[in-house]
Design a protein around this ligand. Structure first.
Ligand code: ADP
Ligand code: MG
Length: 308
């Protein structure tokens, strides 16, 4: 049997480069060399080689996060080169990368989203608090892994949070803080996507929220799968994850972050290329559904090559 030529894209130039390299290595290790001939391309240095090799590539696994990776740009290049890939296309990737555009899409699809206010570099704390209350979440519109995001409890923390967010984006917003249970909803499939078991996220003591350290420091966060929710609420949250996936026009897979308050589901954002280390949230959800890490990667390749 001929081996499938797989281009594994990882690294890149975003602030999530290190996470991407880690995921990429684990994805590579999971691919059986008898079935797959894997070549690794780092968009930070290997774009010309990717273009040159395009004719020999059967499928690409885009294991990149953030700007110039998860935002539709690489997806556009792969489209031009005629290389199929496992993640969403240009439009869905770009929409999901932008948390403000996502809010519009989510709302018009009937999902609840936290209220928000766009910020300028000299935004007034008092008028924002008047509208959204405290605590406040300050976020860059198009970053990931909580980079540039802060949760502030009073005025003394405002300026630093604002400066930090503007370091990572030109567009920054303040969001109403939703105190509740954080869950993430993995979805997989092309024509008939379905939701995997939910993962409940509980950052341990010392972490105010699911920030960069809580995300990547081993043991910093308790991740419970399936999430401890009633059957009815589980179904409702999974339904919301599916709505987000479909409304954005995602393909292959996605993972939507949500917070539950008073049995209401607030959609925060959708990740079109979720973290892919063996311990990441999406693989955890897949495992609870009986899909090992290796099976999951193979399923993503199958979906990438499926006509739909
Ligand atoms: N409105 C909110 N209320 C409470 N916590 C939030 C809110 N927005 C974000 N968070 C916390 O910040 C984390 C990161 O926010 P998120 O919108 O998922 O962006 P990203 O993961 O792309 O950085 C969330 O996982 C959650 O812990
Ligand atoms: Mg998130």
């Amino acid at each position: 049997m001929n081996r499938l030529n797989v281009a594994l894209l990882c690294g890149g130039v975003s602030s999530e480069r290190e996470i991407s390299l880690k995921s990429g290595q684990q994805v590579k290790d999971a691919l059986d060399p008898k079935k797959y001939n894997v070549k690794v391309y780092d968009p930070a240095s290997d774009l010309a080689r990717l273009v040159n090799d395009a004719k020999e590539i059967d499928v690409a696994l885009v294991i990149l996060h953030g700007r110039f990776g998860e935002d539709g740009t690489i997806q556009g290049l792969l489209d031009l080169l005629g290389i199929p890939y496992q993640c969403s296309g240009v439009l869905a990737s770009a929409l999901a990368m932008d948390k403000l555009m996502s809010k519009h899409i989510f709302s018009s699809a009937g999902l609840l989203v936290p209220r928000y206010v766009m910020l300028t570099k000299n935004a007034s704390f008092d008028s924002i608090v008047e509208r959204l209350g405290l605590p406040l979440v300050i976020k860059p519109a198009d970053s990931g892994s909580s980079i540039g995001t802060s949760i502030i409890k009073d005025k003394t923390q405002f300026k630093q949070a604002l400066d930090e967010a503007f370091k990572h984006s030109e567009r920054v917003f303040a969001e109403e803080y939703i105190a509740g249970k954080e869950v993430t909803g993995a979805v997989i499939g092309n024509k008939s996507p379905y939701a995997l078991p939910l993962v409940e996220i509980i950052p341990k003591k010392g972490y105010d929220f699911f920030d960069y350290k809580a995300k990547y420091k081993p043991g910093a966060t308790e991740e419970i799968c399936p999430a401890r929710l009633s059957e009815a609420l589980t179904k409702e949250v999974q339904r919301c994850a599916l709505i987000a996936h479909k409304a954005l026009g995602c393909k292959g897979y996605s993972r939507t972050d949500m917070i539950l308050r008073d049995k209401k589901v607030y959609a925060l954002e959708t990740n079109t290329i979720p973290g892919m280390t063996e311990n990441s949230l999406f693989p955890k959800a897949a495992k609870a559904a009986g899909l090992s890490f290796k099976d999951l990667i193979e399923e993503l390749i199958r979906l990438a090559l499926e006509d739909f």
